[in-house]
Design a protein around this ligand. Structure first.
Ligand SMILES: [Zn+2]
Length: 354
């Protein structure tokens, strides 16, 4: 009996020890779980925060762009016009070239803005009437207001704010064709891009690299070209929440665009713009020189209703801009903002597809 009691006592003690051990393990587990709770809360909190500060809202193509696509789809296919050109070689004269192509010397002068009948070896001349500004605009009545579009390439730069200040002062809209690399090179590029849009200007695409080899000479140049436009469009959207569809080919389409480029851009939703007046600000050393370049451009495009002027963002551009704006205002031109739904063809190839 004593043995039995002792056995029971030992059994009870062992049982208590076992239960206590299980209890402690369970408590420990509970404790472990409690320790995890804040971690769970933290990860939930992080998700919530990410939802609140989600930088990119769902992508919605603006209604006007959809309308534009439909218009393009309904259009009759238009035969492409690729300009014929002539490379001037030693011994060429305007008379000789006019005889080769069966055009008048006056037309050669007009189409190529030749001054004092001077041509030079290596010059590429248009030998067919190819410029949109000269073909289409002939039917424009004189009474219609002639519109000027100011465009600034290769930014953003340290000068963009100064240019924006001047545009604001004169209440003149513009298009800024920005480069991906330029955006990356500036710390406050986000603010500049946002300011451009906020103040009513248009942001255009001018490639990521601005590299002639990658964009025009490489075997996949056309694919590279559209890829860079897509990347830049996404980058601008990331920074401004704004989609842009207008691009300007670096160095212009003339002598650069291949049939592949035309095909690829035709299949895209992008619209391209060259220019029909070059301020040549990149090579000018004075304000007067820039003004003269614009004046001679205006003389050449006297029949054009739409004047798209090419500028960059150089110091001399900033200096010349108020004088140029005042000159154009005094001459009666109307400054226009770029509106995608009112897009018009403006390219050296006279091609409505790009
Ligand atoms: Zn450029």
């Amino acid at each position: 009996m004593k043995n039995f009691t002792r056995s029971m006592l030992i059994f009870c003690i062992v049982s208590i020890i076992i239960f206590m051990t299980i209890g402690i393990i369970k408590l420990n587990n509970l404790h472990d779980f409690k320790d995890e709770e804040p971690v769970v809360e933290m990860s939930l909190g992080k998700e919530e925060i990410e939802q609140i500060y989600e930088p990119n809202p769902p992508i919605i193509i603006p209604e006007e762009e959809v309308e534009m696509d439909q218009i393009i789809d309904e259009e009759e296919p238009v035969e492409k016009l690729v300009p014929e050109t002539h490379l001037v070689v030693q011994g060429d004269t305007l008379y000789k070239i006019s005889q080769i192509y069966g055009v008048s010397i006056e037309d050669l002068i007009k189409w190529n803005a030749i001054e004092n009948e001077i041509i030079y070896v290596g010059q590429v001349l248009f030998v067919v009437e190819n410029d949109v500004g000269l073909i289409v605009e002939k039917e424009v009545p004189d009474t219609l207001n002639r519109r000027v579009f100011l465009t600034f390439d290769d930014g953003p730069t340290r000068n963009t704010h100064l240019i924006l200040d001047i545009l604001y002062e004169y209440q003149v809209p513009a298009v800024f064709f920005v480069v991906g690399n330029s955006i990356s090179n500036l710390n406050d590029s986000d603010l500049i891009l946002q300011r451009i849009l906020y103040e009513g200007h248009y942001l255009g695409l001018h490639s990521m690299t601005h590299d002639k080899y990658i964009l025009y000479l490489h075997e996949s140049a056309a694919e590279n070209f559209i890829e860079e436009m897509n990347l830049l469009q996404a980058l601008i959207f990331e920074k401004t929440n704004h989609f842009t569809w207008l691009y300007r080919p670096p160095f212009g389409t003339f002598n650069n665009f291949t049939q592949n480029h035309i095909d690829v851009m035709k299949a895209s939703d992008f619209n391209g713009w060259d220019w029909n007046i070059d301020s040549n600000d990149w090579s000018s050393t004075s304000v007067d020189e820039i003004l003269e370049n614009i004046e001679s451009g205006l003389r050449l495009r006297h029949n054009a209703q739409n004047l798209v002027i090419l500028f960059h963002e150089h110091n001399i551009t900033v200096e010349a801009l108020p004088i140029v704006i005042e000159y154009l205002k005094n001459a009666g031109f109307e400054f226009s903002p770029y509106v995608p739904t009112n897009h018009f063809m403006m390219n050296f190839l006279s091609n409505p597809d790009i």
